[in-house]
Design a protein around this ligand. Structure first.
Ligand code: CP
Length: 316
C-alpha cells in the first residue's frame, strides 16, 4: 500500500495497514544507523521545523537526528526563546514558519489537539510529537516496533501498561495502535488514574498490579505525570510506589521472557526500581535506538515518498 496522508497526528485515525506500513518502512531504515556514513539523501532539499512548546529530551533529539540522517535541512523553535512570549498566537507563528517554505512541522504542545488545529491551516505536513494527554504516535510506533523486534509478532501478545493511564498520551496511542494489531492490552493503576470507560477502546482495566503482571509478555511503565495533575490522585508517591512499583519480586509473576518497557523519562525508585531499569528484561534503551528508524520512516512517508522499503531510487 502507499501512504496518502499529509500529516501524522495520531494512531486513532490510522488503519492497521497504515501502521504496518510505517513499521515496515522503519525496518528498512534501521540499517542506515549501522553504516559508517549514517546518512541517506531521501529528504535532500526538504526543510523540517521542530516546534517544541513543552520540554523533551528523547523525542526532540530523535526527530532532529532522524531529519539529519535523511539529509533534510532543519531548525528548532522553543517556546521560551521565541516570540510566543510576546503574545504571538500559535497559528500566526506556524504561518510565519510556513512562509519560509517549510515542508514538515514536528510539533509538541501541552494542549491536546494543538497539532490537529495547525494541520488544518498548513500546506506543510504536521507530525504530532505529543499533544497534551491526547496522543504521542511516534512513541507508540517505537514501542510497537520494539515489541516486533523482540517478539517477532504483536497479535495475541499480552501487553500491560502500568501507571498514570489517565494523563498518558503514550498509553492512549498504544491502546489505539496495539488493539488494531491484535494485542491483548491491559491498563493498570489506581482507580483515579484509569480513564472512565477506557474498556470501550478494547482493553482490560484493572487496579491490581498482580493481575496486570501475571502472564504478561510485555510490561510498559508510565511515570506519574505531575505536570498534568491539578489535584491529588493518590495519598502520596510513597503509597503509590508501594502498590504499583515494578520490582524484581513482582516480576516473578510475569512470563520468563517478559519485556520491560518505558517511554522515559524514568523516575527510578517510583514506578520502577533501578535494578529492573538496568536489568536483563529491560529494553528501554532499545526503544530509544528504534526511535531513529521509526521517526525516519514517519518523516519519509509524510514527505510524500512512496515506500517499498529499500529502493535506491528513493534515496535509501
Ligand atoms: N518519550 C518521550 O516523549 O520523552 P521526552 O519527553 O523526553 O521526549
Amino acid at each position: 500500500m502507499r501512504w496518502t496522508r499529509k500529516d501524522l497526528l495520531g494512531l486513532r485515525d490510522l488503519s492497521a495497514d497504515e501502521i504496518r506500513l510505517i513499521l515496515q518502512t522503519a525496518k528498512s531504515f534501521q540499517e542506515v544507523s549501522l553504516r559508517s556514513v549514517k546518512k541517506v539523501p531521501a529528504l535532500r532539499g526538504k526543510t523540517v521545523a521542530n516546534l517544541f512548546f513543552e520540554p523533551s529530551t528523547r523525542t526532540r533529539i530523535s526527530f532532529e537526528l532522524a531529519e539529519k540522517r535523511l539529509s533534510a535541512d532543519t531548525f528548532h523553535v522553543a517556546a521560551s526563546t521565541s516570540s510566543f512570549v510576546k503574545g504571538e498566537t500559535l497559528k500566526d507563528a506556524a504561518k510565519n514558519i510556513e512562509a519560509l517554505k517549510v515542508d514538515v512541522m514536528v510539533m509538541r504542545h501541552s494542549s491536546s489537539g494543538a497539532p490537529h488545529r495547525i494541520a488544518q491551516y498548513m500546506k506543510a505536513s504536521v507530525i504530532n510529537a505529543g499533544d497534551g494527554i491526547n496522543e504521542h504516535p511516534s512513541q507508540a510506533l517505537i514501542d510497537m516496533f520494539t515489541v516486533l523486534e523482540k517478539k517477532k509478532k504483536i497479535e495475541n501478545l499480552k501487553i500491560s501498561f502500568i501507571g498514570d493511564i489517565l494523563h498518558s498520551r503514550v498509553a492512549r496511542s498504544n491502546m489505539w495502535g496495539l488493539t488494531k494489531l491484535g494485542a491483548q492490552v491491559t491498563v493498570c493503576g489506581p482507580q483515579t488514574l484509569l480513564p472512565r470507560g477506557v474498556e470501550k477502546l478494547g482493553v482490560r482495566a484493572t487496579t491490581s498490579l498482580l493481575e496486570a503482571v501475571q502472564g504478561a509478555d510485555v510490561v510498559n511503565l508510565l511515570r506519574i505525570q505531575t505536570e498534568r495533575q491539578d489535584q491529588s490522585f493518590f495519598p502520596s508517591i510513597r503509597e503509590y510506589a508501594t502498590a504499583y512499583q515494578i520490582n524484581s519480586e513482582i516480576l516473578k509473576h510475569a512470563k520468563e521472557d517478559v519485556l520491560i518497557m518505558h517511554p522515559g523519562p524514568v523516575n527510578r525508585g517510583i514506578e520502577i526500581t533501578s535494578d529492573v531499569v538496568d536489568g536483563p528484561y529491560s529494553v528501554i534503551l532499545d526503544q530509544v535506538t528504534h526511535g531513529l528508524a521509526v521517526r525516519m520512516a514517519i518523516l519519509y512517508l509524510v514527505c510524500g515518498a512512496s515506500s517499498d522499503g529499500s529502493s535506491e531510487e528513493d534515496g535509501l
